[in-house]
Every structure is written in structure tokens, then in C-alpha cells.
Write a protein that binds this ligand. Sequence first.
Ligand code: GDP
Length: 299
Amino acid sequence: WKRLSQGLTRTASNLTTGITDLFTKKKLDAATLEDLEDILIRADLGVQTAENISAVVGKGRYEKDIDPEEVRALIAGEIEKTLAPVAVPLVFDSAHKPFVLLMVGVNGSGKTTTIGKVASKLRAEGKKVVLAAADTFRAAAIEQLKVWADRTGAAIVAREQGSDAAGVAFDAYAKAKAEGADVLIVDTAGRLQNRTELMAELEKVVRVLKKQEPAAPHAVVLVLDATVGQNALVQVEAFKRVAGVTGLVMTKLDGTARGGILVAIAAKHGLPVHLVGVGEGIDDLQPFAARDFARAIVG
Ligand code: GDP
């Protein structure tokens, strides 16, 4: 919570300053509400959410005094209402052995780090984990995943850079199955610049997994970097189409995050938000809590 609220400080202080300027010693009218919408849109909350909030704030309060504290509480309440339905934990259903988790997202979003953190949590629960280094495009990605495998005591299947991603996924599934692993986590490449290639590669990875287990992947989790703001929305749309995303993780909420975009994504897509990353350390991954997040955004 502390890291989250620190990370969202800038968003919160911009909102607070805007709201304080707007509502101090002033009666509420249509112009104030329009200004409020602008402030909320600048905080990346999205047009729909901004309109909803401004309607809630305006209801029954026209031409009345309203203090900034009350406005902030109303905003936090509305944000929480939007986020609560999407705060859904990532469940590794033990009916699937292995449970196959496909991790997708653009390079640099924190995908490999998140895989390491998830593997660490699963290992702590005594689960047997296999990692598949199917981001074969970058040598560094393969090396980094090996480091996480060492740190967490997960097994890993990796080939040299440039080899076939689907081949790695195939071998990794076979190994996980043969060894009775509980969870297989598949890392993938995230070159959004070349969508056709990315799509073909991801499709092939999914195809070979399905050949071995028709219900796989059991979860497709998109990792989003909280510092990219509006671009996260573009990434959700692209990966939903390409990979059939079933849930989200938002990383880097400890830095100079622009977490408001998560509200816009929740309002528009309703995808489950499973976890949030609040640091580079192995334990810096937390379940997504709607109320904490709403409070951190409003400050
Ligand atoms: P990938 O290219 O998507 O696999 O991204 P990486 O896992 O390599 O992460 C990119 C950078 O972001 C690395 O320097 C990570 O340490 C850092 N990172 C990942 N998650 C977080 C987070 O929650 N908070 C912070 N501050 N940094 C993170």
C-alpha cells in the first residue's frame, strides 16, 4: 500500500490540486463539472468514467457549496465501484496438471520479472513450476528467465536465441507433463511493432500447446507497464485480438506511475486485474485491491 500510494503520488497530487482549485469556495455549476471532467480525463481515467463521476458529483448539488474533500471521497468511491468487479485473483486450478499460464506483453513491460515473482510465490506454496523461455527473440530475455529459474528453484526449458518459440513451448509442456509439474509459465516475445509476425508466433505457440492439451493455455495474462499511460489501452486492444487475453497484471506502480489508465481499461474492457507490481524485488507483487488503488489515485 505504501509503495502504491507513493507511486501514484503524482496522479494523486495533480487530482487533488485540480479539485481543490476548482471547488474551494465555489458553488457547483455546469462549468465546474466540465472542468472536473477535464481533470479526470487528464488523470487518464477515460471519458466514460470522467462523465460518470461528474454526474455523481453533480447530482443534487447544483448551486450548493461543496468542499474538495467531499468531491475526492465521491471520486474514490466511484473509482472503487469501477475496479471492484475486476479485482479477481489469478487462480491456478489444480484440476489442470500442469496449469498453463501464457504471459504476453510488450518488451520492457515487466513480463519476465513478473514471471519470476509468480514462480517464487508458487514455489513458496510447494508447487512444482516449469518456465518456458519462448521469447526466443532476445538473448537477454532467455538469460534473465534462467536467473529467475535459479532463484526460485523452477525448472526451465530454453533454447538458443532465434530458435522456434513454439518448439520451446512444446518441449516445455512435454517436460512439465512428464515430471508432474503443477504450473507451466510460458514467456513470449512482445514486438508490437511487427504485429503480423507477433500474431503468427503467438498463434503457433497456442496451437502447439492445444495439440498437447486442448484446454491450454488456461490463462493468458497481459503485463502492462503503469508508466506508459494511454498507450496501455492500445496494448490491451492489440493483445486481446492477438492472444485472447484473459486477465491483466499492472507493473511499476511504485515509480512515477500513471495508474489512472487502469480505471479506463476496467471500464472499457472489464478484464480481470490479477496482480500489481510495486517494485523490482521478488516479493514486490501483490493482489490487486480495488479500494487501496482508488484511495491511492485520489490521494
Ligand atoms: P520484459 O521485457 O517485459 O520481460 O520486462 P522485464 O521483466 O525485463 O522488466 C523491465 C524492467 O522493469 C526491469 O528493469 C525490471 O526490473 C523492471 N520492473 C519490472 N516490474 C517492476 C515493478 O513492478 N516496479 C519497478 N519499479 N520496476 C519493475
